[in-house]
Design a protein around this ligand. Structure first.
Ligand SMILES: [Zn+2]
Ligand SMILES: [Zn+2]
Ligand SMILES: [Zn+2]
Length: 498
């Protein structure tokens, strides 16, 4: 079967450099073509894909490696593709990506693990060694572990653990190249009680602080940032780590504030100004000439003023935009920003998106109940009337996150509340003024929407085109339709009724 006049296959990964050769499979320029089988040369990316595609061959229904392509672009086995190279591993007899000396990647990894872990040392008390071996052999990409095992420190650690004469500590593991295998080994040790459990987000944040501080050039500024990072943030992140939800989101927010503060300090340094002599004019210049994340410097400056490291300075509120006046692109930008900006609480982001995407009024958003959402395996649905509307994946994720953690305060259980946005008093939903304040903080001008007519709101709703440009994927036409005019009349009807 001719395999070379084929429709182009979309290669994985980022675009590579140009070269003077053309890969016959993906039709992209490359500097080097390699042999997949005698007489069949392709670029590295296509060969990698070919050697890691397994499944049932549509030509002969064998379940095996599918390195070839048929005229329709379907992956087929090497026999059907007419390849003469033998892809069968000389040990496990499976057709798998050959790695070295006739062995597949898995058999090569098994050999390496045996030499590192020395199975003779697998006494009953070293069950860890065999547990580790079988865990690592389940890897989807054994080659990356083979390479990882080339690090002498990694080999020493693993053989020591298998023999039982090395007590791993989190600190010793932190010194090794970090990858998924190490994370796995750490989890295995914690699971077996050989390591105390710890919050990985907190650990990573703790290790990240000094690296970030090093990026600040002036010593005085570095000191201010160190104090802010340690006394203001690290303390909070530690407190979150002790709670059930863990430190992930607290660490994320902290990193964002510290990063902006570091940028601000270097920006100030570039202007020959020390933090102690920073004036209001600097702040005004800083926020008016850059991305809106620059406003995030507020907490840092509140901290430095309170610690007498700077004067008392005012970071203005973000310039707010009226929904009424935003055009399509601005609105997309706003939706995108709210989806990405994890520095704001999930509840506020979700409420903002309901407003921006569905034009729902605040009074209606605050009183939504969990029955208005339907979490399904494939995502989430929402209803404003009797129709369930499929939510785009990014928003479905936010809904799932929010519904899981919607307590208004850290200490209150919400299991009893059926409101999507519970208030601080038991059995009540959030007050609309609180939500308005929160949305203003997100940069949404609600006053501007007061006089907005319903028509304008409808016009501002996402067409599938807008949704597509946000990177939402719609697998079915039915999902497109649920965003189109007809059904919108029903949301609108729902809106009128409140
Ligand atoms: Zn290619
Ligand atoms: Zn076949
Ligand atoms: Zn094998």
């Amino acid at each position: 079967m001719a395999t070379e006049q084929l429709p182009p296959r979309r290669p994985r990964g980022r675009p590579r450099d140009t070269g003077d050769k053309l890969c016959p499979r993906c039709e992209r320029a490359t500097t080097r073509l390699e042999s997949l089988s005698p007489g069949h040369v392709f670029c590295r990316s296509c060969i990698e894909t070919a050697l890691h595609t397994h499944g049932t061959c549509p030509g002969c229904t064998t379940d095996t490696l599918l390195p070839g392509l048929d005229s329709e672009g379907q992956s087929i086995c090497s026999d059907c593709a007419g390849y003469t190279r033998n892809f069968t591993c000389s040990r496990c007899s499976k057709e798998r990506a050959p790695y070295r000396r006739g062995l597949c990647e898995w058999c090569s990894l098994a050999d390496d693990l045996d030499s590192v872990l020395q199975p003779s040392a697998f006494s009953p008390e070293s069950a860890f060694g065999s547990a580790l071996r079988s865990h690592l052999l389940e890897a989807a990409r054994p080659r990356s572990i083979v390479r990882w095992l080339q690090n002498a420190q990694v080999r020493d650690l693993l053989s020591g653990l298998a023999r039982g004469d090395v007590d791993a500590t989190h600190e010793s593991l932190d010194q090794l190249p970090q990858n998924a295998s190490l994370a796995h080994i750490r989890a295995l040790l914690i699971d077996r009680g050989q390591l105390p459990s710890r919050d990985e987000a907190l650990a990573r944040f703790t290790a990240w602080i000094p690296m970030k501080i090093d990026t600040v050039r002036a010593p005085e500024s570095r000191d201010a940032l160190r104090r802010f990072a340690t006394w203001h943030h690290l303390r909070r992140v530690r407190m979150s780590a002790e709670k059930d939800r863990g430190a992930t989101s607290a660490a994320h927010n902290a990193k964002q504030e510290i990063t902006v503060a570091a940028n601000f300090l270097n920006w100030l340094g570039d202007r020959g100004t020390a933090l102690s002599s920073c004036g209001q004019e600097h702040i005004d210049l800083w926020v008016s000439n850059g991305p809106t994340t620059r406003y995030t410097v507020r907490n840092f400056l509140t901290y430095t003023a309170a610690s007498q490291l700077s004067r008392s300075l005012v970071v203005p509120r973000r310039t707010v935009k009226s929904i009424r006046r935003v055009d399509k692109l601005e609105r997309i930008e706003m939706i995108r920003r709210i989806l990405d900006d994890r520095s704001h609480p999930t509840s506020h982001r979700l409420a903002a998106l309901l407003l921006l995407i569905f034009g729902q009024p605040i009074t209606r958003i605050v009183s939504m109940t969990i029955d208005d959402f339907n979490l399904v395996d494939t995502g989430a649905q929402i209803r404003f009337s009797d129709d369930w509307i499929e939510l785009p994946p990014a928003i479905a994720k936010l809904v799932a996150d929010h519904l899981e953690n919607r307590a208004p305060t850290m200490t209150r259980a919400v299991d009893q509340s059926h409101y999507v946005f519970p208030g601080s008093r038991p059995g009540q939903h959030i007050h609309r003024d609180s939500l308005k304040t929160a949305l203003n903080r997100l940069g949404i001008d609600l006053l501007g929407t007061r006089n907005t007519t319903l028509d304008e709101l409808v016009a501002a709703m996402p067409s599938p085109l807008v949704a597509d440009s946000l990177g939402f994927s719609y697998s079915a036409l039915a999902q497109h339709e649920s965003f189109q005019g007809l059904r919108f009349e029903r949301y609108v009807a729902g809106r009128y009724s409140d």
